[in-house]
Design a protein around this ligand. Structure first.
Ligand code: AMP
Length: 187
């Protein structure tokens, strides 16, 4: 199973992608997690990514695309994956198309997890208190939501036009949302 998880910051992509990947026995690949791991180890990639992440901006496409292209060749991704937080720009969609074509595989589904802005801001503020992520401050949260609307929301339509988009309501208990996702992916 090859699936993309899309949706605004705070929609619950990461939490749900981890749960679903475990359930279906496939790998969860989060570009945000990979960047954060690199930042905390101060690798050259992390140093490059940090300045963008701290401002709520996207890491440049060439850096992000190269990282994902490499990650998708690992053995654990051959049987399937949930990609969480990628693609986020049209250029990334085209690059992912090329990666999948090179591997001779196709996406099975693109899931859009939806939630209204008030709920997103509340969840992100809560996460700021719990996890202390450096990009969960009020100004940066606002910028991340803007960047999502400008650069990533248009991809929803693009995948809808391809006929592989499934919107899932991200409101409610974690378990309820997981059940909706399992139901959507099992069909
Ligand atoms: P996330 O954990 O998915 O919210 O990602 C945290 C941050 O990592 C984002 O605000 C971006 O700065 C960066 N990032 C993650 N995924 C991407 C991507 N596909 N393209 C560019 N930047 C990304």
């Amino acid at each position: 199973m090859r699936v993309l998880f899309m949706g605004p910051p705070g929609a619950g992509k990461g939490t749900q992608a981890a749960l679903l990947a475990q359930r279906f026995g496939i790998v969860h690949i989060s570009t945000g997690d990979i960047f954060r791991a690199n930042v905390s180890q101060a690798t050259p990639l992390g140093v490059k990514a940090k300045s963008f992440m701290d401002k709520g901006e996207y890491v440049p496409d060439d850096v992000t695309n190269e990282m994902v292209r490499d990650r998708l060749t690992w053995d654990d991704a051959v049987a399937g994956f949930i990609l969480d937080g990628y693609p986020r720009t049209v250029a990334q969609v085209l690059e992912l198309d090329s990666m999948l074509a090179d591997a001779g595989v196709q996406l099975d589904a693109v899931i859009e997890i939806t939630a209204n802005t008030d709920e997103l801001v509340e969840r992100l503020s809560k996460r700021a208190a719990q996890q202390g992520r450096s990009d969960d401050t009020p100004d940066v949260i606002r910028r991340r939501l803007e960047v999502y609307t400008e650069s990533t929301a248009p991809l929803i339509e693009l995948y809808a036009d391809r006929g592989i988009l499934t919107p899932i309501d991200g409101l409610g208990d974690v378990d309820d949302v997981t059940a909706r996702l399992v139901n959507a992916l099992a069909n």
